[in-house]
Design a protein around this ligand. Structure first.
Ligand SMILES: Cc1ncc(C[n+]2csc(CCOP(=O)(O)OP(=O)(O)O)c2C)c(N)n1
Ligand code: SF4
Length: 281
């Protein structure tokens, strides 16, 4: 097995004690367990505290716009299906601003993994409510408490029959790393809703709060009805583990343009491209 030190040991800008440190360790651990050298994977993100992770992993990386991590990640996979593509994102980035990209990625089912560092708050912009902030949670810009119902990403993903849906908690390091490995090994779109506390701006959903609630799931993840029931549970108990898994071909294996190996290796005939573009004029 590769030593995870090959992915570098960087000084981070995160608060000491932030859950993101554990997600970074879990990611590096997961990459090492799969023997992935730095040139064989890409980490893609948008904007936020979670998104900074790209700067702390030695390997291919792309740090794009807030809410827009999934489009470049999917493009990468299409032009180079040989790359393992991991998207690291915040709950605001993927469930708020980039929510529709998530729905499209689930339907598309390209073989990429989305890990959402779900701290149930906007960390980078200092503690506004995110789509997963619980009703009643008092934040700086919600002095009367949040009125909206929280978004349940796991239930939405299972309802849409995303091909792999899991939840984990960064405080359970072995669980977090093993869940990322399982997600990356799955052929198709995989979502890991990774609860990861923001110790500075979310004083409700703390390490202790998750630790006492997270319990491993026991149902068969191939059973959609059971998965849906489990997905609806979040509160006093938080089911963690693989919630739903369905085997079906990932999109890049179905596309004729991807069948003959990586597209990036093929020469581009610029005259053909120009003629095609002009056909729209
Ligand atoms: C289009 C756009 N809208 C808003 C912002 C401001 N902004 C930057 S990060 C962020 C929220 C980050 O929260 P989250 O995605 O949950 O990540 P975290 O920082 O908690 O890891 C916002 C609103 C932005 N940079 N770009
Ligand atoms: S503000 Fe929150 S999310 Fe950002 S680094 Fe600090 S603890 Fe982590």
């Amino acid at each position: 097995m590769i030593d995870s030190k090959i992915y570098g040991e960087h000084v981070t800008a995160w608060c000491p004690g932030c859950g993101n440190h554990d997600v970074l360790l879990a990611l590096k651990d997961a990459l090492a367990r799969q023997d992935l050298e730095p040139h064989r994977f890409a980490v893609v993100s948008g904007i936020g505290q979670a998104a900074k992770i790209v700067h702390y992993v030695r390997g291919n990386g792309f740090n794009g716009l807030h809410g827009r991590a999934l489009p470049p990640a999917q493009a990468l996979k299409l032009v180079n299906p040989e790359l393992k593509v991991v998207v690291e994102s915040g709950d605001g980035c993927s469930y708020g601003e980039g929510g529709n990209h998530l729905l499209a990625a689930i339907r598309r089912n390209l073989d990429i993994t989305l890990i959402v560092h779900n701290n149930q708050i906007y960390g980078l912009t200092k503690g506004q409510a995110s789509p997963t902030t619980m009703t009643g949670h008092v934040t700086k810009n919600n002095p009367l408490g949040v009125f909206d119902q929280p978004f349940n990403p796991v239930a939405v993903a299972v309802a849409m029959r995303a091909s792999f849906v899991a939840r984990s908690f960064s405080g359970f390091k072995e669980h977090a790393a093993a869940t990322i490995v399982a997600a990356m090994q799955h052929k198709g779109f995989s979502l890991v809703d990774m609860h990861s506390p923001c110790i500075s701006f979310n004083k409700v959903n703390t390490f202790a709060w998750y630790k006492s609630r997270c319990k491993e799931v026991s149902h068969d993840p191939a059973n959609w009805d059971e998965a849906m029931k489990t997905a609806m549970v979040f509160g006093e108990e938080i089911p963690i583990g693989v919630i739903y898994r369905e085997q079906r071909p990932s999109k890049e294996t179905l596309l004729p343009q991807c069948r003959d190996g990586a597209m990036y290796r093929r020469p581009v005939d610029m005259d053909k491209v120009a003629a095609h573009m002009l056909s729209y004029a």
